[in-house]
Design a protein around this ligand. Sequence first.
Ligand code: ADP
Length: 860
Amino acid sequence: MAGPNTPVMQQHAAAKRVQPDAIVFFRLGDFYEMFGDDAVVCSRALDLTLTSRNKGKPDEVPMAGVPHHAAHQYIARLLALGHKVAICEQMADPSKVKGIVPREVVRVITPGLVTDREQLDARSNNWLAALECSGERVGIALFDLSTGELAVAEVEDLAALLAELGRAGPREVLVGAADAGLAESASAALRQTLPVASVQSDPPLDDASVDLGVFAPDARSLGPLALAAAARALRFARACTPGKELPLRRVARWDPQAHLVIDAVAQRHLELTESASGLRQATLLGVIDVTESAAGARLLRRRLLAPLVDVGRIRRRHDQVELFVVHPRLRADVRAALSDVTDLERIVSRASLGEANPRELGSLRDGLAAAARVFSVLGSVEDRESRETLGLVGPRDLCSDLAAELMRALVERPPAQAKEGAIFADAYDAELDELDALQKTGAERMAELETQLRDSTGINTLKLRFTRVFGWYIEVTRSQAGKTPTNWRRKQTVRSGERYTTPELDDLADKITNAEERYRERELDLLRELVRAVAQAGNRISELSGRLARWDVASAMAEVAHRYDYSRPVVDDSDRLELGESRHPVVERLAAKGRFVPNDVQLALDAERLWLITGPNMAGKSTLLRQTALCVILAQLGGFVPAASARIGVVDRVLSRVGASDDVARGESTFMVEMRETAEILRRATRRSLLILDEIGRGTSTYDGLAIAWAVAEHIDEAVQCRALFATHYHELTELGNGSEHVANHCVSAREVGQDVVFLHRLVPGAASRSYGIAVARLAGLPEAVLARAKAILVGLEGSGGSVVHKPRRADAQLGLFERPEPEDPGAREVLDTLRALDVDRMTPLEALGLLSRLKNRLT
Ligand code: ADP
């Protein structure tokens, strides 16, 4: 490709030099065009037609384009693929400049720096994570450009880093270190581990970029790595928003120690924010998020992934929830007012970046009015204690000055774009009103002039018209052209007739155009001023938004407690975990009304601290394990719990290993994954942790599996000594419960009725008497012949006696069932293998259908 030799292509080359790793969206009139490699990439990724510019000339270059008004959709798709996009705009009105329009990159959009509403999820933060690595230690900064929040922390090691990133779920990660090589290798490693499309290494910092100014006054307490990480995040964000003021509201020092650690595995297994099925209603967040505002929803999500460990703070949150529970009227009124609170934080951030449009300002005005209503509703709370609980004492700032200004300034429903209609209300600005009047009288005078010309010439078809290119003119049909006065100047001849102008028309036309232009300019000036005023109130609005979000969360937790009958947990520093009649918050919602069977759990470090739970498949073991962990998480995030009573000695970590098969898809054997997770759990658990282990050892042969499960349970009992629930189908393990004072056997009961099994889902002390495997197999629809054969084998196996470990059960029985000649066809063998490995109990009907179709494909 020859070098760019037209001025436009030179501009493009300059933009590309500044942003070499971004796709440059180059504004040409009503389009954004991409050139060269960018065009090729975009044509593939966005399914655009690839054309070329300067076709047939030596500097021919590939080109692809999108209309500017549809650009955000295309940008969103590129970001999802991990690209960056640099927007290169025309910096002047093309009609007003002689020669080439100046163009500059005004914004680089990366996945972590999105501010466009349509590309953001209103209910979660959009974090950019910047890391500063030094040996094992890592400084983390999380910056959300769309809300102006910045949180910084330092962690000890990789595992802690992954836990923190797991909570945040950043869209983009910058990995840096004093040594560029270290940054490079660390980012390569993280790219493998993190489910983030964009993980990149970031060049080392120089001293100048660590600007302490923004962190004052407690910057020094942050620690050098945290500080460097923050500097890195801000350096990156600044480079992507040239010439703009970064919205930076709250710099929060994040203390990982102050929060319950929910490791990534537990987060997934407990289906806190995402479910295996992909259904939102099947997650804890889906059940408890009844917040009314976007900021409230974001706060709840953050709290859910980072519950507290400080008893005092947890109780203060419970106090608020309780207040809203016992005052249903107050709760309803507050929630009604909150539902009109718009996304103040995000609008203000866009104002800081100069991106806020008139419609958003209108939405800010309405949101501030709703905020005032929230305060006035809460104003009905009179006793001092309740007011303190709600945080109503002390100064309040409703930003009423700004609210009033917006109220005065804007029309009822301002348009999204400046050119789409009036933005400002009458009587807001004298100059604007005057220009508006001029435009209007201009139009009237034009109409008058038309009548006057018709009368004076007697040409009754005469018209005054306007086109963009020719401006105003008099149009006369060809047949009447003879009647025109001689002093009219002919402008143009068209098929339909002749076009003229007169000095009087020119004069009036100038006045109108002038008034229009000056109106637009004045409007834009006023808009800029208003946006600036909003940006200046940024910290105040953000503060206000934070208070509203906290009330939103508290009243939402109260609403959930009321709707679903949750109760206030007692959280203390004890080492107990006592749940009376607890339920699984999600399963109980999906179950038929009244069908969920509540259960009790009672653990204490000096008494029974490890419960071994046995019972047939489908009895409810996993559900019990998960609900216990979920109750702890709910309690510590400040919510009420789905139980009749709860006493929870604060837990520092929830660690879980709940049988999952989805890791198989990532190409590792289930057993390997399971053992790695188990190893991790045993390494991390402290005496304050809660361990949830489900079906350890399942992924291997019976002997190995049992041996490992046994050893793990013993290790927890003797070495870790924390509260734990351990579900297993290895019946033999229950012997452990008979040997240790801290281990107790419980089973989820089922009853055999004739040949069938009925699940009671009720947890009772003692070990399950039988495995019911065959009854469950019947329930699943295994043919009678197979069931009969299985029974015979079982009787044989049980009859063979021997010591516990020598009593093979499951795997060997399976071998017996499948002792048949193997098919020759590898496809058929594969299908058989898949079927054998299948755990039907754990499949949803949808998954089963999907599998069936995949199997069929493999055979045909
Ligand atoms: P297991 O782990 O013992 O195989 P699960 O915990 O997966 O069993 O439970 C199987 C199904 O039984 C769940 O999907 C749920 O629908 C139902 N279930 C579990 N516990 C209860 C309960 N306490 N009350 C009512 N239904 C339950």
